[in-house]
Design a protein around this ligand. Structure first.
Ligand code: 13P
Ligand code: SF4
Length: 323
């Protein structure tokens, strides 16, 4: 690690003690950030871990919807996001007013449905939903919905299509997608499979069908870790998800080899939103106490949907203003 990063890392660790902070980081953060974090995880693990944090501050190294989720599930904590502009193409694809109009149209047409929303969505969209799911619990939640209901799945059409295939449930799919998983190059993937005939392809269900049909294993980031960890002898894995995930796999399971699938337009195919968080911004947010996730009116309803969907048993702490 270069000396300059060493200095910043030490500063961050000192600030962490000084202000009483717990650092949570998603697997799509740079390795140097994951290395500093108290807890790393996928969306589901981080949401659940956020409820257990007992320090006054949570520094969330991920994107806005994840930091909002932490705030909703543990409202008395000060939640900091190093860069407030760290958004998500899936969130952008589903404006709440557009979803509301669509739901009204379905109701006017006599359709009986439940709205199942991927956690990669705004709080206002979560507030319009019956369930909020992550790649880690989506199948389980979908299987629990009584057959008399149609399912409106928002906003990820690829995850929705995949869930529909594995559960056999018909779904009305919103037209949203992840800008990272959408652009993996099938051409390169097929070429890599030919060059590495013994390799296993592992892919995130946010990928389109043309990528998933080449995969030996499909699962969210936590499920990928479990899968890769189940092989004791060395295996080559071709990885179709955000490439920072490989830092986590490489540090846990050194016996294997990992090959990233390139994107069509960008060979590294990193998430530009996740990349907005840097060590410098983490240090600065701890120094200034900004940017902070502030309570929004729509959090009141959204947190109920989040808690019943993700926590078992549901146990959010009350908001200090008493909602
Ligand atoms: P998971 O880590 O929950 O699989 O989510 C992937 C993702 O795209 C997060 O933005
Ligand atoms: Fe959103 Fe995709 Fe980036 Fe995850 S990887 S934050 S789904 S744009």
């Amino acid at each position: 690690m270069p000396a300059v990063l060493d200095d910043i890392s030490t500063e961050i660790l000192n600030l962490k003690k000084k202000i009483g902070a717990t650092i949570l980081a998603h697997y799509y953060q740079e390795g140097e950030i994951q290395e500093l974090a108290d807890i790393t995880g996928d969306s589901l693990k981080l949401a659940r871990e956020a409820t257990k944090v007992d320090t006054p501050v949570i520094v969330f190294c991920g994107v806005l919807f994840m930091a909002e989720t932490a705030k909703m599930l543990n409202p008395t904590k000060k939640v900091l996001l190093p860069d407030l502009k760290a958004g998500c193409s899936l969130v952008d694809s589903c404006p709440p007013d557009k979803l509301h109009r669509y739901q009204e149209m379905l109701r006017e047409n006599g359709r009986k449905f439940q709205t199942v929303t991927y956690i990669n969505s705004s709080a206002a969209v979560k507030a319009l939903s019956d369930w909020v799911v992550t790649s880690g619990n989506a199948e389980e939640v979908v299987r629990k919905i009584p057959a008399e209901y149609e399912i409106l799945f928002v906003p990820d059409k690829h995850l929705g299509r995949y869930l529909s295939e594995v559960t056999g449930r018909q779904m009305i799919l919103w037209d949203g997608s992840c800008m990272v998983h959408e652009i993996f190059s099938v051409h390169d993937l097929v070429r890599m499979k030919k060059l590495h005939p013994g390799a296993q392809v592992i892919a995130h269900p946010e990928c389109p069908k043309n990528i998933l049909e080449h995969a030996e294993f499909i699962g969210g980031t936590e499920a990928m870790i479990k899968h890769v960890g189940s092989f004791k002898d060395p295996v080559e894995f071709i990885v179709a998800t955000e490439p920072n995930m490989m830092w986590q796999l490489e540090s846990r399971f050194k016996q294997h080899k990992y090959l990233p699938v390139p994107g069509i337009t960008c060979a590294c195919n990193k998430c530009p939103h996740m990349a907005l968080n840097t060590l410098e911004k983490i240090r600065d947010c701890m120094k200034t106490g900004q940017p902070e996730i502030l309570w929004q009116p729509e959090f009141d309803k959204a947190k109920e949907v989040l808690a019943k969907s993700l926590l078992n048993p549901p146990a959010t702490k009350p908001h200090p203003q008493g909602d």
